[in-house]
Design a protein around this ligand. Structure first.
Ligand SMILES: [Cu+2]
Length: 475
């Protein structure tokens, strides 16, 4: 791994050389050093986020696209991505949900040095699991993700289920001013101490949501990815069943979700099968109903008036083949506990910060007001909160003692969600992000089979700024 990360830190000059070697290698295949890679360039950009009669928005983007390019790779294939940082601040790329080697996980000062402006870093790994994932920076995340750095990563199954269309919807919101600019308030204490930095303009794939045009008896696989800094989405497809076939990329027993609402907290994904068996020419609403009092129209489903795709409704909903995940042994697992505390209206008296205990009044001055097991993080390079024996099964009970919901994300592993708020979770889905309700609990289980120091943090990115990050050591 040592050699690997050294080889990955290419200077511009080496990059030029590798380009030369690439040309050579076509003549002399034994020069395998320069196997093909794709360049992913992070840089300022301008995008039409608001409707076309409104001003454009200065954003940050991968490859001049908001969202970044949807990367597609087949399960088991090798992905080689050369990050080119043309931002004016350091960055990295984290491959959210992928179980890949530690050195490729994109966490600054833990798995790699931050990539400085003008520098490159080669991400090079094999993708073990099929499914819907995404990528984003892990440096100054609240601002970098909030300004538009994120993209879908689709790992295709060897035998994908037959659908008429496979669509990716990157769900996001932006905090914009009337001139189209992104508000520069990433350090706002109110957001850090409350529910995070929500936007005032919702987008699908970086644009004003547009009606979903469908044909009668069409089957669509819709891959939903919530990349928002704080907003929880809850999609209800009026008069249609959304059959969830994967959660966080991992296959799950096909089912329709509770309240017919596909709930997605920041970081979470869902693959749904939608069969459009309504009447030709009809239209139906897609409601975002995540927040009880604020249900809003996301967009409409509009049926074509022409001939159906097929005469009858599509057949049974397909079940995806499982990914090669190790099943935790619940009877012989080690038990751990994580307590989430802090935030506005919380009862936290103080926390350990930079190695010493500080009362809440002092923590607030540094805007560190969230803690995991009594520690408010100031950096990702921190002592492990929990130690997981390599190869062993572990059950972790997460208790949220705050009044706010927190989508907790674990790097490097996928876990089963056993229970929430003391009730068993149907289908005990695999996930990499679990949404803790305010004052809620969750029990998750995993086999610690990927060695390294792995982050466990809230995916409300303002909460990360406020200290909600920890490290799990698998050794
Ligand atoms: Cu949080």
């Amino acid at each position: 791994m040592e050699t690997h990360s050294k080889a990955s830190r290419l200077s511009r000059r080496q990059l030029l050389l590798s380009g030369g070697a690439l040309a050579l290698s076509t003549l002399a295949p034994r020069l395998s050093y320069a196997a093909p890679h794709r360049i992913l360039r992070a840089a300022p950009h301008t995008a039409q986020i608001l409707p076309s009669d409104w001003p454009a928005t200065p954003t940050w983007a991968y490859d001049g696209q908001n969202p970044g390019p949807a990367l597609r790779v087949k399960q088991g294939e090798r992905l080689r991505i050369l990050l080119q940082n043309d931002l004016d601040q350091p960055t990295t790329v984290h491959w959210h949900g992928l179980r890949i080697p530690h050195a490729m996980d994109g966490v600054p000062d833990v798995t790699q040095a931050p990539v400085q402006p003008g520098d490159q870093f080669l991400y090079d790994f094999t993708v073990p699991d099929a499914g819907t994932y995404w990528y984003h920076p892990h440096v100054n995340s609240s601002e970098q993700v909030g300004r538009g750095l994120h993209g879908a990563l689709i790992v295709e199954e060897t035998n994908p289920p037959k659908v008429d269309r496979d669509l990716v919807w990157v769900l996001d919101d932006w905090r914009l001013d009337r001139d189209g600019s992104i508000r520069d308030d990433f350090q706002r204490g109110m957001d850090i101490s409350h529910g995070g930095r929500s936007g005032n303009f919702v987008t699908v794939n970086g644009r004003t949501p547009e009606p979903l045009q469908v044909r009668k008896n069409e089957r669509i696989r819709l891959r939903l990815i919530n990349v928002a800094n704080a907003r929880i989405f809850g999609l209800n497809f009026e008069n249609h069943d959304a059959h969830v076939i994967a959660i966080d990329g991992q296959p799950v027993t096909p089912h329709t979700p509770g309240y017919d609402t596909v709930l997605l907290a920041p970081g979470q994904r869902a693959d749904v099968i939608l069969d459009f068996t309504g009447e030709a020419g009809s239209s139906h609403r897609i409601i975002d109903a995540a927040y009880q009092d604020e249900a809003s129209l996301l967009q409409n489903i509009v049926y074509d008036t022409g001939v159906p795709v097929r005469e009858t409704a599509p057949g049974p909903v397909p079940t995806l083949a499982p990914n090669p995940l190790a099943e935790p042994d619940l009877d012989n697992a080690e038990h751990h506990e994580i307590i989430i505390s802090g935030g506005a209206m919380g009862a936290m008296q103080g926390a350990v910060y930079k190695g010493k205990y500080l009362p809440i009044a002092e923590l607030v001055q540094d805007m560190r007001i969230w803690a995991l097991n009594g520690v408010a993080a100031h950096t990702t390079a921190m002592a492990p909160m929990l130690n997981f024996a390599l190869g062993k099964s572990h059950i972790i009970t997460v208790k949220n003692e705050t009044v706010f919901p927190h989508p907790m994300h674990l790097h490097g592993h996928t876990f089963r969600v056993l229970s929430q708020d003391d009730a068993p979770v149907p289908h005990t889905p695999w996930a990499d992000t679990v949404l803790l309700n305010g004052r809620g609990t969750a029990k998750i289980a995993l086999v610690a089979d990927n060695p390294g120091d792995w982050l466990f943090h809230c995916h409300v990115l303002a909460h990360v700024q406020g200290g909600m990050t920890s490290v799990m050591r698998v050794a």
